[in-house]
Design a binder for this molecule. Structure first.
Ligand code: NAD
Length: 248
C-alpha cells in the first residue's frame, strides 16, 4: 500500500473530491482526519465510511478553516491522537459564477477567505509539525480555472491562482526542510454539483474537454494518492492538471 502508516488530514472531506481522497487514502493504508463545515455533514461522512469498514482509522473535525487558531488546534489534536502528521490536503473550496458588476465585496471576500486564507492556515499549521521532523507532504486543490480563468465569477479563478502561488512558493521555501508542496488542478469533475446538471449541459461542457466527458472524483483522488506517496519523492512545486485535456 502506498500510504501505509501515514497520518493525513483532508479538509472538505465530507463529499465530492475530498471524500474520494479520504477513501483512497484509507484504502492505501493511511489514518485520515476529515474536516467539513458542519458537525452533521462530518458525522454523515464518518457513518458512510464506517458502514463500509467499521475499523477504518478515521476522525472528523469541523473547525472554522478561516481561523488560524482553529486550524492549528485541529492539527494539534490530530498529532496528539496519532503522534504525527505526514500529509495535509487543503481541499475545501467554494466556486462562484457572479458577473463582475453584480459582485458584492462580501462575496469576493468569501472566496478569498475559504479558498486562500484557509489554505494558508492549513499550510502553516502543517509546516509547524512537518518542518521540524524534516519530512511531510502538503497538497492543495487548485482548479483548471487557475490556468484558463473563467468567463464569470472572477473571485473563484483569482483565488485558485493564489493557491498556485502559495503552492509554488512554499515548495521552494520548505524543500530544504524535507517538505514537498504540490497542487492538483481538477477540470470539470462529477461531484454532486455537476451530477445535478441536465444531460444537455453536461454534453455542452464536455465539448470543451479533449476526452469528451467530465472526470470522476476517483480519477482526481488518484492524483492525490500519487503526490502524497513516496512515488512522487522528487516532485515538488507542481500544479498537476487532471482535466481530460481541457480545451477552454
Ligand atoms: P463540494 O462542494 O462537493 O465539497 C466541498 C467540500 O468543502 C465539502 O466537504 C464542504 O464541507 C467543504 N466546505 C465548503 N465550504 C466550507 C466552509 N466554509 N468551511 C469548511 N469546509 C467547507 O466540492 P468539490 O467539487 O468536491 O470541490 C472540492 C475542491 O475541488 C474545491 O477546492 C474546488 O474548488 C475544487 N474543484 C472542483 C471542481 C469540480 O468540478 N467539482 C473542479 C475544479 C476544482
Amino acid at each position: 500500500m502506498l500510504l501505509e502508516g501515514k497520518v493525513a488530514i483532508v479538509t472538505g472531506g465530507t463529499r465530492g473530491i475530498g471524500l474520494s481522497i479520504v477513501k483512497s487514502f484509507l484504502a492505501e493504508g493511511a489514518k485520515v482526519a476529515l474536516c467539513g463545515s458542519r458537525e452533521e455533514t462530518v458525522t454523515k461522512a464518518l457513518d458512510a465510511i464506517k458502514a463500509e469498514n467499521p475499523k477504518a482509522p478515521v476522525l472528523g473535525y469541523w473547525p472554522d478553516l478561516t481561523s488560524n487558531e482553529a486550524v492549528s488546534a485541529m492539527v494539534n489534536s490530530v498529532v496528539e491522537t496519532w503522534g504525527t502528521l505526514d500529509v495535509m490536503v487543503n481541499n475545501a473550496g467554494i466556486s462562484q459564477s457572479t458577473p463582475l458588476l453584480d459582485y458584492t465585496p462580501e462575496e469576493f471576500q468569501r472566496a478569498m477567505d475559504l479558498n486562500v486564507t484557509a489554505v494558508f492556515n492549513g499550510c502553516q499549521a502543517a509546516a509547524r509539525i512537518m518542518a521540524p521532523k524534516g519530512t511531510g507532504v502538503i497538497l492543495n486543490t487548485s482548479s483548471m480555472v487557475s490556468i484558463y480563468g473563467q468567463k464569470s465569477g472572477v473571485g473563484y479563478p483569482t483565488s485558485k491562482f493564489a493557491v498556485n502561488g502559495l503552492t509554488k512558493s512554499l515548495a521552494r521555501e520548505l524543500a530544504p526542510q524535507g517538505v514537498r508542496v504540490n497542487a492538483v488542478a481538477p477540470g470539470v469533475t462529477s461531484t454532486d454539483m455537476v451530477a445535478a446538471l441536465p444531460e444537455a449541459v453536461v454534453q455542452r461542457i464536455s465539448m470543451g474537454i479533449a476526452m469528451g466527458r467530465p472526470g470522476e472524483p476517483q480519477e482526481v483522488a488518484d492524483a492525490f494518492v500519487y503526490l502524497a506517496s513516496d512515488k512522487a519523492s522528487y516532485v515538488t512545486g507542481v500544479v498537476l492538471s487532471v482535466d481530460g485535456g481541457a480545451l477552454f
